[in-house]
Design a protein around this ligand. Structure first.
Ligand SMILES: Cc1cc2nc3c(=O)[nH]c(=O)nc-3n(C[C@H](O)[C@H](O)[C@H](O)COP(=O)(O)O)c2cc1C
Length: 474
């Protein structure tokens, strides 16, 4: 008897400004052309991925007062890109990162409901709260909110959006009778809360998923709690080993108090991969990729984020600076979300210890101590490692970030995906249903009033998608 294996959930992270990208590779293309997004999304769909994933930055990062090297590719608007991708794919989920600190629920709910209609039920929202006032300067007076209040607002934001999505009853619209509107109250809503005091009519009829899939990215206890209470999945940076298993246990352990089963929240870390014909070839390739990712100027930029000083006069092939890092937050050389360094003095000491022990230059020590490729090996090795990670509760799947745009996913789709399918851990077709909720095995959305009340989807009054009438979707 064949045993049912736990399926590997796969997201495809379009790299954008991410410093995974190897810019010097001749295959490296535009990060903003429609053709790049199209190629990437269609490859993900060919590889039977669950969803395309876009991160978001609402302000380009700066360092030493200049736009960060990687950010010169720009940050196009998430909804516009995802709407375009809805037109060139049929099954792939479309996940966009949208901030709850600088937006309003009505507008965001409207945009996601629209995307859900346009895509036939494939929309997903990665909720972020943002980590810096620098971004906030673009949007709000005072720039920012304290950490705990950002999460409080996020919680209420999601709840309000769900109320709006629910505001059009099933079969509210009919195209056959004299009266198009079957339910006179369709779209009416009223939300009176600490952060949002809104009432009116929602402008988008019930969408195929009713509630787009909600992911959360944020690592603190508050962030994890928000995910446990209000999200369908969590995007994390814990991709390997015991650290990842600990994260998995911690987050899944938070679900019970909200009456949720462990599989109601999917844990999806970011991961990178490098393939080769043999494991040895992949290891050599991974080392070369890492060298290319940390170019001489990138090495200095990354080191400046630890030292919090202008180090542009230093030779990347020379020794580490003898001056100490500047610890004061107020004089940060980096503006905008970047690699976070908790204790610069301790981090600098670690750099010095490793550089001294191994006789490394600046560039070499940065390569040694920053980012690793998560999966390195032959296609067989990587397929096995992915299956093992999911079977041993490292995660429920991965959001893969290739190092070449737009073609970096091709090799994975051609060489690893067939092996995952042979192993019975990845779909051969999108047979589970039409929507992203179906693909992720999330079941029907439950109504807004059933979230956070300890009523699980299995027992709660689940909402139903619009099936007939104007605006109905197959
Ligand atoms: C894996 C991961 C991915 C994130 N991606 C984004 C992003 O694309 N855009 C963004 O504005 N913030 C992003 N964030 C930032 C979070 O929204 C959050 O503001 C930040 O992590 C601070 O919250 P925390 O203390 O709970 O981690 C990400 C965070 C994590 C952990």
């Amino acid at each position: 008897m064949t045993q049912h294996r736990k399926q590997v959930i796969l997201g495809a992270h379009f790299p954008g400004v991410n410093n995974t990208t190897v810019w010097s590779d001749p295959a490296s293309g535009s990060h903003i052309d429609l053709s790049s997004f199209t190629h990437f999304a269609q490859t993900a769909e060919r590889g039977r991925f669950d969803f395309l994933f876009l991160a978001e930055g609402l302000r380009l990062r700066e360092q030493r007062g200049r736009i960060h090297d990687l950010d010169v590719v720009g940050r196009p608007d998430t909804f516009t890109v995802l709407a375009a991708m809805a037109a060139v794919t049929q099954h792939l989920g479309l996940a966009g990162t949208i901030n709850t600190t600088f937006n309003e629920p009505y507008e965001v709910a409207r945009q996601f409901a629209t995307l859900d209609h346009l895509s036939g039920g494939r929309a997903a929202w990665n909720v972020v709260t943002s980590s810096d006032a620098f971004t906030g300067e673009n949007f709000r007076r005072g720039g920012f909110l304290p950490h705990a209040e950002r999460y409080e607002r996020a919680e209420e934001f999601i709840a309000t959006a769900r109320e709006l999505w629910d505001s059009w009853p099933v079969d509210a619209v009919r195209a056959d009778g004299a009266d198009f509107l079957a339910d006179a109250s369709a779209g009416t809503f009223e939300h009176r809360g600490k952060h949002f005091d809104v009432a009116g009519r929602f402008s988008v009829p019930r969408s195929p998923q009713v509630h787009p899939v909600v992911l959360q990215a944020g690592d603190s206890s508050d962030g994890r709690e928000l995910a446990a209470r209000s999200a369908d999945a969590i995007f994390s940076r814990h991709s390997t080993g015991d650290g990842a298993r600990e994260f998995y246990r911690d987050v899944k352990g938070r679900l019970e108090r909200y009456g949720r089963r462990p599989d109601a929240l999917k844990i999806l870390p970011a991961a990178t991969f490098v393939l080769g014909d043999t494991d040895a070839e992949a290891v050599a390739r991974a080392a070369e990729v890492r060298r290319q990712q940390v170019s001489p100027q990138t090495a200095i930029l990354l080191l400046e984020q630890v030292w919090n000083r202008d180090l542009s006069d230093y030779d990347p092939d020379g020794p580490l600076p003898t001056v100490d890092p500047i610890v004061s937050e107020a004089s940060s050389i980096v503006r905008g979300r970047a690699r976070q360094v908790g204790d610069p003095a301790a981090e600098a000491a670690r750099y010095r210890a490793v550089a001294e022990a191994k006789g490394l230059s600046i560039r070499e020590v940065v390569i040694e101590l920053t980012g690793r490729q998560t999966f390195v090996g032959s296609p067989e090795t990587v397929a096995r490692a992915l299956e093992d990670a999911v079977a041993t509760e490292v995660s429920d799947g991965f959001i893969l970030v290739p190092h070449i745009t737009p073609g970096g996913l091709d090799e994975f789709a051609d060489r690893v995906v067939p092996l995952l399918q042979e192993r019975g851990v990845l779909r051969r077709d999108y047979a589970e249903g039409a929507t992203l909720r179906d693909h992720l095995g999330l079941g029907a959305a439950r109504s807004a009033s059933n979230w956070g009340t300890g009523v699980s989807a299995a027992h709660g009054a689940s909402t139903e998608p619009l099936r007939t009438g104007v605006g109905a979707s197959a």
